[in-house]
Design a binder for this molecule. Structure first.
Ligand code: ATP
Ligand code: MG
Ligand code: MG
Ligand code: MG
Length: 439
C-alpha cells in the first residue's frame, strides 16, 4: 500500500475525550471514528487489524473442531420470551418494534437463537457433539460506554455454543474452548489468564473469564504471578483427546487466579507471599457451562442411545473481538505509539523514503516494495513528500514491527536501514538482506 493513495487520517493532537492510551492511539492512528456514544466506524487501518484478529479467532475455532455460521444481528423478542430472558435482560437490551408492531431486539448474545436453530434440525444423539459459532456484531446499551472500542455499545464478538449429550461431554467442550482461547490470545502476543468467575445473566456453574493484565482494566484481579509464565507454545493438541485437553486446562487453572467476584481471601493467603499479586485486568473472553438452562425451556432435545428424549447439555463461549484491539494496545505500546505484535499487525513492514523524488531513492523503495510483495508481504510505503521527522513519527505511532529507511546517502554505500519498532535498534544492510530479515 502506498501511503499517498491510502486513507490514514492521523491526528497530531491528543483527542481530549480519550482517557486511556489505547483509545488515544486508535484515534490518533486513524483507526476508528466515533459516530455516537460507543458506536464506531472502523477506518481502513483499524479495519485491517480487526480482520486479522477475526481471522486468528476463526482459525483456532476451526482447529478445535467448531463450525462457523452466521446469525442475524436482529432477533425476534418471542425467542427470548421462551427462555424467560426478555424481561430479565433489562436496559442493556436495545428493543425495536417493526412496522407491523412486532417486538424485535438487536442481539446482545445468541443463546436463544442458536438453540432455536438446533431444535429445528437436530434430534438424535448421533449428531452430537456439535459446536457452532459466529463472529457477529452485538449491541448492549451500556450505561457508560467508554475507553473507545473496549466498552462499546456496538461491538464485535465471537460467540460459540456447544450441544452435548451429557455433562461430561459438555465439560469436554468447555475445556476445548479454554485451550483454543489460550492459543488464540497467544497468537496475538497476549498473556490472557483464565480466572474463575461468577456467572452473570447467562447463568451456569462453570465459568472462567480470560483477563489481560493492565492498569486500565475494569476488573480487580488476585493471582499467583507464576500463572503469567505459563505458555501453550507450539504444543500439539488433539482436541478430541479428553484427557490431554483436560490436563492443559488443569495446568492453566491450578494456580490461584480470580476476579473480585469470586476472590477468596483465605485461599489467597495460601499463595506464597512473593507470588501474591493484586492488580487489574481486561476481560477479553469468557466460557460457560450452563447445562440444560436453555434446552429445557426451549425444548432442545435429542433421542439418546436408549431411545429416550433428553435435553442437551450446553455452554456458551465468547471472545471480545473488537475489545481485543484495545487490550493489545494497552499491553503493547510506548510513549510514541502502538507496538503491534507480529501476529496482528496491519502491515508487516513500513518503508520510509527519506527523499521522495530522488531517482535512486524512489527506485530503491519501489524495488523493496516489489521484493516484499513477491514474498507475500504487503508493505506500507510512505511515498509522501514529507519531512523525515513527520514520516518517522507516523511510523512510530502506527507501530509496524519493522521499518526500512531508504535515503540517497545510504544508497551511495549500497545500504538501507532496518529498524525494529519494539527494540528501537537499527542496522544498516543491503536491501536484499533487509527483505530476507523481515520475511
Ligand atoms: P463486561 O464484564 O466487560 O461487561 P461481559 O461479561 O458482560 O463483559 P460477556 O457476556 O462475557 O461480556 O461477552 C463476551 C466478551 O465480549 C467479553 O469477555 C468481552 O471481551 C466482550 N464484551 C462484552 N461487552 C463488551 C462491550 N460493551 N464492548 C466491547 N466488548 C465487550
Ligand atoms: Mg457486560
Ligand atoms: Mg464480565
Ligand atoms: Mg463476561
Amino acid at each position: 500500500m502506498r501511503l499517498s493513495r491510502y486513507f490514514l487520517p492521523v491526528l497530531k493532537e491528543n483527542p481530549a475525550e480519550a482517557q486511556i492510551v489505547s483509545h488515544r492511539y486508535m484515534l490518533r492512528a486513524g483507526m476508528i471514528k466515533q459516530q455516537a456514544a460507543g458506536i464506531y466506524s472502523w477506518l481502513p487501518m483499524g479495519f485491517r487489524v480487526l480482520r486479522r484478529i477475526e481471522e486468528i479467532v476463526h482459525q483456532e475455532q476451526v482447529r478445535a473442531g467448531h463450525i462457523p455460521l452466521l446469525m442475524p444481528t436482529l432477533q425476534p423478542a418471542d425467542l427470548w420470551r421462551e427462555s424467560g430472558r426478555y424481561g430479565d435482560y433489562g436496559e442493556e437490551m436495545l428493543r425495536i418494534r417493526d412496522r407491523h408492531g412486532r417486538d424485535m431486539l438487536y442481539g446482545p448474545t445468541n443463546e436463544e437463537m442458536i438453540t432455536d436453530i438446533f431444535r429445528s434440525h437436530v434430534s438424535s444423539y448421533k449428531d452430537l457433539p456439535l459446536t457452532l459459532y459466529h463472529i457477529q456484531w452485538k449491541f448492549r446499551d451500556e450505561v457508560r460506554p467508554r475507553f473507545g472500542v473496549m466498552r462499546g455499545r456496538e461491538f464485535l464478538m465471537k460467540d460459540g455454543y456447544n450441544f452435548d449429550i451429557d455433562k461430561d461431554a459438555a465439560l469436554h467442550a468447555y475445556n476445548r474452548h479454554m485451550v483454543s482461547y489460550l492459543r488464540t490470545y497467544e497468537r496475538m502476543g497476549l498473556t490472557a489468564i483464565p480466572m474463575r468467575a461468577a456467572s452473570g445473566p447467562i447463568g451456569g456453574d462453570n465459568t472462567h473469564e480470560f483477563l489481560v493484565l493492565a492498569n486500565t482494566g475494569e476488573s480487580e484481579v488476585f493471582y499467583d504471578d507464576r500463572v503469567t509464565a505459563l505458555k501453550l507454545g507450539k504444543r500439539d493438541i488433539d482436541y478430541d483427546d479428553r484427557g490431554q485437553v483436560a490436563k492443559v486446562c488443569e495446568e492453566f487453572t491450578e494456580l490461584y487466579a480470580r476476579t473480585d467476584e469470586t476472590h477468596d481471601p483465605v485461599m489467597f493467603e495460601t499463595v506464597p507471599e512473593a507470588h501474591r499479586k493484586v492488580g487489574r485486568g481486561i476481560e477479553v473472553g469468557q466460557i460457560f457451562y450452563f447445562g440444560t438452562k436453555y434446552s429445557e425451556p426451549m425444548g432442545a432435545t435429542v433421542v439418546n442411545e436408549k431411545g429416550e428424549r433428553v435435553p442437551i447439555h450446553g455452554g456458551s463461549h465468547g471472545i471480545g473481538v473488537s475489545r481485543l484491539l484495545g487490550a493489545i494496545i494497552e499491553a503493547s505500546h510506548d510513549d510514541r505509539g502502538i507496538i503491534w505484535p507480529e501476529g496482528v499487525t496491519p502491515f508487516p513492514v513500513g518503508i520510509v523514503n527519506l527523499k521522495q523524488g530522488d531517482g535512486a531513492a524512489d527506485a530503491a523503495c519501489e524495488g523493496l516494495y516489489k521484493a516484499l510483495r513477491a514474498k507475500g508481504l504487503e508493505a506500507l510505503y510512505d511515498d509522501r513528500d514529507e519531512r523525515a521527522g513527520a514520516k518517522f513519527a507516523t511510523m512510530d505511532l502506527i507501530g509496524l514491527p519493522w521499518r526500512i529507511t531508504v535515503g540517497p546517502r545510504g544508497l551511495a554505500n549500497g545500504v538501507v536501514e532496518l529498524t525494529s519498532r519494539r527494540t528501537g535498534e537499527s542496522e544498516e544492510m543491503s536491501p536484499e538482506a533487509a527483505v530476507a530479515r523481515v520475511a
